[in-house]
Design a protein around this ligand. Structure first.
Ligand SMILES: *[C@@H]1O[C@H](CO)[C@@H](O)[C@H](O)[C@H]1NC(C)=O
Ligand SMILES: *[C@@H]1O[C@H](CO)[C@@H](O)[C@H](O)[C@H]1NC(C)=O
Ligand SMILES: *[C@@H]1O[C@H](CO)[C@@H](O)[C@H](O)[C@H]1NC(C)=O
Length: 484
């Protein structure tokens, strides 16, 4: 009775499992479990276990009162001696002391089997049982095997000198054999060494020189003889130094080790840049937010810092316009006034200019329009044509904000969407920037800005309007640096 134990525990390293599987299939397909020839009907015991060595005398006779002697082949001292109806340990081999017994109750049926307990590796061998009667004796030979299956074979590559595959396995009994197979099932010829430890267990080391075309190998360690165990190790793809796969692997390692820091650095840079961008955006937004709160005030006060003294010029006033004594107010009378003829006077519309003219700098003034349904304020070129009817548009030299009996104001001749009609209009001229801005001086909000390129002197311009002209336009005093 023997057994073949085949353990397959492929030891994977990192790569190419699929190849390994392929190889595994190839190997297992080609591997046959061998049956054990039964010439000795050996008994297979297990290390540190008990075993019964069978012996039965033929023909069936009682062994009671007979001498039963168990020998170890090649040893004089009996393993077990039974005579005169009892066991006699005096002559017994010391190695078996206390470990042997016969089955007393079986002796009558000629069963002289020996119970051997706590098996040692050294117990392996051929035993003979000898039954001696007065005139006859009988003997039987029994082989005891105590195979010990060793460790799973490990395969490694030894690169000292020419690269070799080394298969190593420990703890075998009896001495094992090593069989190498390559992918095609061919048996390679290895160099195998054995060593035995103090317990009698064998260590086997087998090495195989790697060929250029080496691929997948299996290392099978088999305990010798019937009953021996087998263990199989499938080594994965072993290639001789720097195969194309290895080259690829190292290339990849190299590539990755170069590439990863680059990526990391780039990522960090991007991150920093992104953070900086975020920061600058945050800072800018913060500034803009702050500016949004402040600006009107600061801008407003700076605008008001450009407060100009504006007085009406009676020489330019249309002949129905009545100017106040301080030349700060104007309204339209019912009838024409008797005024001196003047070329500077507007002939067709209730217009009047400021006495001041601006050809540089910034200037700001405020005009109260109140509830007037029709008005127009702003600036115009100093030398606008006053004898012809002209629209108050930039193309004719007027940059104005006006209301003409409608709901919304017009700026530069175009309709504006102004939510609230201003009662007091702030006119801000920045000559150099070519800007005329109109503010609601009460709410300090910007109504409209006209942009142009100024080349001539500009004068403050006023129109009382045709309808509701009797309601005065009033140039308001501005105290610089204070809010209204
Ligand atoms: C002898 O006795 C042992 C123990 O009882 C038993 O296991 C064995 O089968 C017997 N052998 C035969 C041949 O009867
Ligand atoms: C083996 O035999 C010894 C003594 O004969 C006994 O104490 C022990 O329990 C046995 N072990 C087994 C596993 O049967
Ligand atoms: C037992 O083995 C010994 C030595 O190997 C041999 O001389 C003997 O004939 C054998 N006995 C039997 C019964 O096979």
């Amino acid at each position: 009775m023997g057994f073949v134990q085949m353990e397959m525990k492929p030891c994977f390293t990192q790569s190419m499992r699929f190849l390994l599987l392929l190889a595994f299939q190839t190997l297992t397909a080609g591997y046959r479990v061998e049956t054990i020839p039964g010439f000795l009907q050996p008994v297979v015991g297990a290390w540190h276990r008990n075993v019964t060595l069978p012996c039965h005398i033929e023909p069936q006779l009682s062994a009671v009162g007979l001498q039963v002697r168990w020998f170890r082949e090649g040893s004089e001292k009996p393993v077990h001696l039974h005579r005169y109806g009892r066991d006699d340990p005096a002559l017994q081999d010391g190695a078996y002391q206390g470990r042997t017994r016969l089955f007393e109750e079986e002796l009558a049926s000629g069963n002289v089997s020996l119970r051997l307990s706590d098996l040692q590796l050294s117990d392996s061998g051929v035993y003979r049982c000898l039954v001696q009667g007065d005139r006859w004796e009988d003997e039987r030979n029994v082989t005891l095997l105590i195979p010990v299956s060793g460790s799973q074979p490990r395969v490694s590559v030894d690169r000292t000198g020419r690269p070799r595959l080394v298969c190593r396995s420990e703890g075998w009994f009896p001495q094992p054999e090593v069989t190498w197979r390559d992918k095609r099932g061919g048996v390679a010829t290895p160099h195998t060494r054995h060593s035995q430890d103090e317990q009698g267990l064998y260590t086997v080391i087998s090495d195989l020189e790697l060929q250029r075309q080496s691929d997948v190998f299996s290392c099978m360690v088999t305990a010798e003889g019937p009953g021996g165990a087998s263990k199989l190790h499938i080594a994965e793809d072993f290639y001789p130094p720097m195969s194309s796969w290895m080259m690829l692997f190292f290339l990849m390692v190299g590539f990755v080790s170069i590439f990863i820091p680059v990526v990391i650095r780039a990522w960090r840079r991007l991150n920093v840049r992104y953070k900086n961008a975020c920061n600058s955006v945050t800072v800018r937004l913060g500034k803009e937010l702050a500016a949004l709160k402040q600006p009107i005030k600061s801008e407003w006060s700076s605008i008001r810092g450009y407060a100009a003294t504006v007085t009406l010029d009676p020489c330019t006033a249309y002949n129905r316009l009545v100017l106040s004594a301080d030349r700060k107010q104007v309204y339209m009378a019912e009838k024409r006034l008797k005024l001196p003829v003047d070329a500077r006077r507007f002939k067709h519309f209730p217009y009047v200019l400021g006495k001041e003219s601006f050809s540089s700098g910034s200037h700001y003034w405020e005009v109260e329009v109140g509830q007037k349904p029709w008005w127009c304020v702003g600036v115009c070129r100093m030398f606008v044509n006053r004898s012809r009817e002209m629209e108050t548009t930039p193309s004719h030299g007027y940059w104005t904000l006006e209301l003409r009996g409608e709901e919304t104001c017009r700026g530069g001749g175009a309709s504006l969407h102004v939510r609230r009609r201003p009662h007091k209009v702030g006119v801000y001229l920045n000559y150099e920037d070519g800007q005329v801005s109109f503010y609601n001086a009460e709410t300090t909000s910007l109504i409209h800005t006209l942009s142009d390129h100024f080349t001539e002197a500009l004068c403050p311009f006023f129109c009382t309007g045709v309808i509701g002209g009797n309601i005065p336009l009033i140039i308001c005093p501005i105290e610089a640096g204070t809010s209204p």
